[in-house]
Design a protein around this ligand. Structure first.
Ligand SMILES: [Zn+2]
Length: 276
């Protein structure tokens, strides 16, 4: 058992029992890719994890058309999201039906109001969303970052702490290399057509990181629930357990500068990063 699940880590996890965390993302699979390990770790600690997913991901590419026989990709991805949420221990999924591909520009007031409504309904002790870079400048992700930041800001001093999750620069390139070493040409050299170097490239440095090495098997299992996205050639389908633990076992965060009330709860899981 790793040190993250023993000693002070276990004590800090236990003190979070009974709290609520709201994660706000754009598409089914964002939750698993960006912070699946943290969400599973929080759920295991007795935290009620709620996910708001703004779209059903109906504009994504399909790994295998046989998975979507009736052409309703959004419907299939909704089912995949529920499977992934069950793996991660997410207590409740709010799956909205905003237009995939238009989240930054369309229906801005409506999405903002839905996020505010979710915060009012669930009264989370912390909110997690994308940072400004949207993991790899995906405009839907950037839009969800903007709406969530505006939603939390609109609550003034009543707002819960807001956290931005980013990806480790270079990690996805290493995932590709590790998968290639195992599977050769059976493993793609990109993710969904995106160069692996794009992930985390423009992220600002985190202020703390969360050790999720013991939760990487759950994170991978959740990712693999998104079968229309993952496909048999996705490097995530090939990465070995040890490499995954090393490359996907750290999730990193920055606290938003907004004023907030309440305990900075996510920092309890983290190791503070010093800029030096
Ligand atoms: Zn996404």
């Amino acid at each position: 058992m790793a040190d993250s699940a023993t000693g002070s880590g276990e004590r800090s996890d236990r003190q979070l029992a009974g709290r609520t965390v709201l994660a706000v993302f754009a598409h089914p699979d964002d939750e698993s890719l960006a912070c699946g390990g943290t969400l599973a770790r929080l759920a295991d600690a007795g935290v009620r994890v709620v996910l708001l997913c703004a779209s059903r991901g109906e504009a994504g590419s399909i790994s295998d058309p046989a998975l979507v026989p009736d052409g309703d990709l959004g419907g299939v991805r909704a089912c995949e999201l529920r499977d992934a949420a069950a793996v991660l221990g997410i207590a409740e999924v709010m799956l909205l039906n905003y237009s995939d591909g238009n989240l930054r520009w369309k229906d801005e007031p409506e999405l903002l109001a839905d996020i505010v409504g979710a915060i009012r309904k669930y009264r989370p002790d912390a909110v997690i969303t994308f940072a400004e870079d949207g993991l790899y400048w995906h405009l839907d992700h950037v839009g969800v970052h903007e709406r969530t930041l505006d939603a939390v800001a609109s609550l003034g001093a009543e707002a819960p702490p807001l956290y931005f999750v980013t990806m480790q620069r270079g990690a996805m390139r290493e995932v590709v290399n590790a998968a290639h070493a195992k599977a050769g040409a059976s493993s793609d050299s990109s993710f969904w057509g995106i160069t692996p170097d794009a992930f985390g490239l423009s992220a600002e440095p985190p202020s703390f990181v969360v050790d999720v090495r013991d939760w990487v098997p759950r994170k991978l299992a959740a990712l693999r629930c998104h079968r229309t996205q993952m496909g048999p050639h996705n490097p995530m389908a090939w990465i070995g357990d040890e490499e995954a633990r090393r490359l996907l076992g750290v999730e990193q965060y920055r606290r938003s500068p907004l004023e907030a009330t309440g305990d900075p709860m996510l920092e309890h899981l983290g190791e503070i990063q010093h800029a030096d």
